[in-house]
Ligand binder design. Sequence first.
Ligand SMILES: *[C@@H]1O[C@H](CO)[C@@H](O)[C@H](O)[C@H]1NC(C)=O
Ligand SMILES: *[C@@H]1O[C@H](CO)[C@@H](O)[C@H](O)[C@H]1NC(C)=O
Ligand SMILES: *[C@@H]1O[C@H](CO)[C@@H](O)[C@H](O)[C@H]1NC(C)=O
Ligand SMILES: *[C@@H]1O[C@H](CO)[C@@H](O)[C@H](O)[C@H]1NC(C)=O
Ligand SMILES: *[C@@H]1O[C@H](CO)[C@@H](O)[C@H](O)[C@H]1NC(C)=O
Length: 501
Amino acid sequence: MDLMRVIVLFALIAARCARASLPNFVLLFADDLGYGDLGCFGHPSSLTPNLDRLAAGGLRFTDFYVTSPVCSPSRAALLTGRYQTRSGIYPGVFYPGSNGGLPLNETTVAEVLKSRGYATAIVGKWHLGVGPNGIYLPTRQGFDRYLGIPYSHDQGPCQNLVCFPPDVKCYGFCDQGVVTVPLLSNENIKRQPADFLQLEKEYSEFASKFINDAVQNNQPFFLYYPSHHTHYPQYAGADYAGKSPRGPFGDALMEFDGTVGKILQTLKERGVINNTLIFFTGDNGPELMRKSHGGNAGLLKCGKGTTYEGGMREPAIAYWPGSIQPGVTRALASSLDILPTFARLAGAALPDVQLDGFDMTNILLYHRPSERQTIFYYPTSPSQEHGVFAVRWKNFKAHYYTQGANHSRGTSDSNCSSLPLLNHDPPLLYNLEADPSEYYNLNSSEWDSVLQQIQAIKEHFEASMVFGESEIAKGIDSALAPCCVPNCTPKPECCHCTPAL
Ligand SMILES: *[C@@H]1O[C@H](CO)[C@@H](O)[C@H](O)[C@H]1NC(C)=O
Ligand SMILES: *[C@@H]1O[C@H](CO)[C@@H](O)[C@H](O)[C@H]1NC(C)=O
Ligand SMILES: *[C@@H]1O[C@H](CO)[C@@H](O)[C@H](O)[C@H]1NC(C)=O
Ligand SMILES: *[C@@H]1O[C@H](CO)[C@@H](O)[C@H](O)[C@H]1NC(C)=O
Ligand SMILES: *[C@@H]1O[C@H](CO)[C@@H](O)[C@H](O)[C@H]1NC(C)=O
């Protein structure tokens, strides 16, 4: 062998070893799950043995936040490390026929990791746009593989669909006048409507196959599993239906937990569990208007759609045996911090844009305090006129605006739903450590200096905020809704395909 070939050979071996030692990432993301819904966060009748195991063997966060009390914007921030206002994912959420989507020039955590040779996959709910010819699907945003329903599974009529075996119809009606929800494989419709009784089984098989393939190829991997559970209407297959003391919501949560268990099992069997960081959280607070079919925010005030704690503070767990010591952290952290943290651990360069996240590795690996001291609460439909509705600084939270939301209707606290948009001057001030339920407004002058400090932080933040062009304001073209028989009539009913067995 000549010298050049020896050098090339060594370089190849070195690259392979470096790749093999990169950590894998599994990001678990629940839907409309409240702060009080998991066994390990105090729920008395939820059965979540696998998530509880992650909490017992990993780091449980008490003060973890998302950036929006609704779905699409929360997911945009999770995947980009930037507030949804920057990427234009406001007001509200995407629909099956939305013209817009997460702009392709935004850099997702999947794209960041791909730059380091990661295999990437998403299984479950995307909800960041489909668009003309599927240009906003996850396969265009750094994910090698996709299996899932590309938006919420109530964004299509569900009254004739089966949610529990043998043939229990879904609870409620869901959205009418649109196509039934499709199951996509990469960019193709695999079936329409999706089969809720088989869905989680297919998802866990897809996840296991993806992990197996990556391990076999000696490739580090990133698996993103944004579950449809526990969003309305709840569903579960035969293994979980009727198994939870908590009813249909509990069964759906148990099925999600079961998929988490299967992913853990695969990681163990393939010998990569000690080289994989698993991070779990949820997209926003519980949809209280569904009553016992919705989730529970525990001791936090209100739920989905509001900027009270129950809308935006989520259960979160980081698990990485041997690297993360078990415990509980009260460090302030956010879904915005996922991208910088994964990038750091993978040795990947950060995208050259204004990021809003902080690297959490000091919290995870050394139980050190957070670099993050603030949380900004944007409402469902942010505007430049109103800006952020609330600011948390250390243990204090100031509400500049409050507003109820229909998603949080039906509890004894009528402010969760009926409160009109109110401006508070001076802001309502709560000490979230002494008073996590936001009961006692600190309205005496002894807190003036805290309010001044928060005001300065808010002004500084808002001066840096440039709202991107709204993708959701680009509107809806019903012809864009995914249809497995593209030119059929009459739509939407004709969009119906069941694969031959
Ligand atoms: C993406 O492109 C739009 C339109 O040109 C631009 O306004 C926006 O700043 C770009 N975003 C990023 C992250 O580069
Ligand atoms: C992971 O590490 C633990 C503790 O060191 C060890 O007992 C276990 O066998 C390891 N598992 C794998 C799959 O390497
Ligand atoms: C709640 O729903 C009612 C009736 O659909 C509507 O009039 C009202 O504006 C909604 N409230 C909020 C806060 O969105
Ligand atoms: C509801 O909101 C109003 C206006 O901010 C406030 O005066 C009242 O105390 C609130 N009620 C509860 C139960 O929080
Ligand atoms: C503070 O709030 C309490 C009850 O909510 C009220 O009785 C009191 O007048 C308020 N004090 C000030 C200074 O606004």
